[in-house]
Design a protein around this ligand. Structure first.
Ligand SMILES: *Cc1c(COP(=O)(O)O)cnc(C)c1O
Length: 373
C-alpha cells in the first residue's frame, strides 16, 4: 500500500456556531475536558456521576430517579426511549411537523410498532385537537411529540397533549433536545413519562451525551416487558444498574464527555433556569427586530416561534447556499440550511446556550447584511 503521508496535527478553525447544533461550548466546559482521565468506577468519577444526575433532575424539573445521560448523541436518547417502551405489535401516536417527528416514526417502526402519524405543516405546531382526533381511532401505548422542532423553529405547547395522552391511558414521550436549557421544560408538572435531550444544543457542551428521564410509570412498563429490549446497549434495565447504586459494569462511560457535561450543567445552575430562559428570549427578540430592519422575517408560526432556533426566510433572488458559504468563509459564522420542504427557503439560525447573546446577534446581523449587499 502506498504511504499516505502523515497529516499535520489537526487544528480547528475558529467558528461562531449559530446553526442547529452543535453550539459553542463555554470556555470552562472545554477546560474541564482537559482533566486527566480516571477510571469509570473510581469513587471520584462515581461521585461526579451522582452530581450529574442531580443537576439533570433540576434542569429537567423532575424528581425522576431514572434521570441520567446515555453515552451517545441525542438520536440515541430518542432510540433509548422508544426501544425500551415499545414491544412488537404496540401502537403509537406520533406528531410529525418536521424532521425529528419523522425520525421518531422511523425508530418506532423499527421497534415493530404500528405508527399513527399526526402530520402538521412544517413550521407550525402539533395541535391538541389533531392528537385528540387520532386518539379516537386507536388505543396507543404511547403518544410522542417533539417539543422544539429544530428543523422548522416551532415550539409545540405540551400540557394539553400530555393530558390527552394520559386520559387515553397512554404514556407520554417528549423530545427536549433543543428545548432543554433554552426555554421552560417541566417534566413533572407536564406529566411527561419519558424525555430525552442532547448535550450540544442549549446545554452548550460538545455532542456525545443524551440526557434522558423516565417516570416511575414508564419504569413499570420497562421492567414489566414480555420481550427483551431489542438493543443491548440502550437497555434501561442494564443502564439502571450502571447509573444506579449498584454500579454494575455495562459499558465504559465516556469519561471526558461527562467532565464536560458536569461543568455545562454547573453553569446552567449558576446562571439559574429563569435567567437562562430570558437570555434566550432576549436574543431571539433582538434578532427578530434586526431582521425586520433588513426586510427579513422568521417564517415559523407566529406565537410559537422558538427562541433558540430561528427559521429565517430567504428573500427572493438571494443565493441561499452562497450566503451561508460566505458567512462561514468571510465571517467564521455557521448557520444551518433548510431541510425537506424547507430546503433552499430558510436559514436556520441557532442562538443556543452560551451563544445566546446580543453581541452574537449583532455580529450575525452585520455579517448577513454585508452578504446580502
Ligand atoms: C439535534 C436533534 C436531535 C438529534 O440529536 P443528535 O445529537 O444530532 O443525534 C433530535 N431531536 C431534535 C429536536 C434535535 O434538534
Amino acid at each position: 500500500m502506498s504511504n499516505p503521508g502523515i497529516p499535520a496535527t489537526f487544528s480547528s478553525p475558529k467558528r461562531l456556531l449559530l446553526g442547529p447544533g452543535p453550539s459553542n461550548a463555554a470556555p470552562s466546559v472545554l477546560q474541564a475536558m482537559q482533566h486527566t482521565l480516571i477510571g469509570h468506577l473510581d469513587p471520584a468519577f462515581i461521585g461526579m456521576m451522582e452530581e450529574i444526575k442531580s443537576m439533570l433532575r433540576h434542569v429537567f424539573q423532575t424528581e425522576n430517579e431514572m434521570t441520567f445521560p446515555v453515552s451517545a448523541t441525542g438520536s440515541a436518547g430518542m432510540e433509548a426511549c422508544f426501544v425500551n417502551l415499545l414491544e412488537p405489535g404496540d401502537e403509537v401516536v406520533i406528531g410529525v411537523n418536521g424532521v425529528f417527528g419523522a425520525r421518531m416514526c422511523d425508530v418506532a417502526e423499527r421497534c415493530g410498532a404500528t405508527v399513527n402519524r399526526v402530520e402538521a405543516e412544517w413550521g407550525t405546531i402539533i395541535e391538541p385537537s389533531a392528537i385528540a382526533a387520532a386518539l379516537e381511532d386507536c388505543q396507543p401505548k404511547l403518544v410522542a411529540i417533539v417539543h422544539a422542532e429544530t428543523s422548522t423553529g416551532a415550539l409545540t405547547p405540551v400540557e394539553e397533549i400530555s393530558r390527552l395522552a394520559r386520559d387515553a391511558g397512554a404514556l407520554f414521550l417528549l423530545d427536549t433536545v433543543t428545548s432543554l436549557g433554552g426555554c421552560p421544560v417541566a417534566i413533572d408538572d407536564w406529566q411527561v413519562d419519558a424525555a430525552y435531550s442532547a448535550s450540544q444544543k442549549c446545554l452548550s457542551c460538545p455532542p456525545g451525551l443524551a440526557p434522558v428521564s423516565f417516570s416511575p410509570r414508564a419504569m413499570d412498563v420497562i421492567t414489566g416487558r414480555k420481550t427483551k429490549v431489542q438493543s443491548w446497549y440502550l437497555d434501561v434495565n442494564f443502564l439502571a444498574s450502571y447509573w444506579g447504586s449498584e454500579r454494575v459494569y455495562h459499558h465504559t462511560a465516556p469519561i471526558t464527555m461527562n467532565y464536560a457535561l458536569h461543568e455545562a450543567l454547573r453553569l446552567v445552575l449558576e446562571e439559574g433556569l429563569e435567567a437562562r430562559w430570558s437570555r434566550h428570549r432576549q436574543a431571539h427578540e433582538t434578532l427578530k427586530a434586526g431582521l425586520a430592519k433588513l426586510g427579513l422575517s422568521i417564517i415559523s408560526q407566529e406565537g410559537h416561534q422558538l427562541w433558540q432556533l430561528n427559521a429565517v426566510g430567504v428573500p427572493d433572488g438571494a443565493d441561499e447556499a452562497g450566503v451561508r458559504a460566505r458567512l462561514l468563509s468571510d465571517f467564521g459564522i455557521e448557520v444551518g440550511p433548510g431541510l425537506g420542504p424547507m430546503k433552499g427557503k430558510i436559514w436556520r439560525v441557532g442562538l443556543m446556550g452560551h451563544n445566546a447573546t446580543t453581541a452574537n446577534v449583532e455580529r450575525f446581523l452585520d455579517a448577513l447584511g454585508q452578504c446580502l449587499g
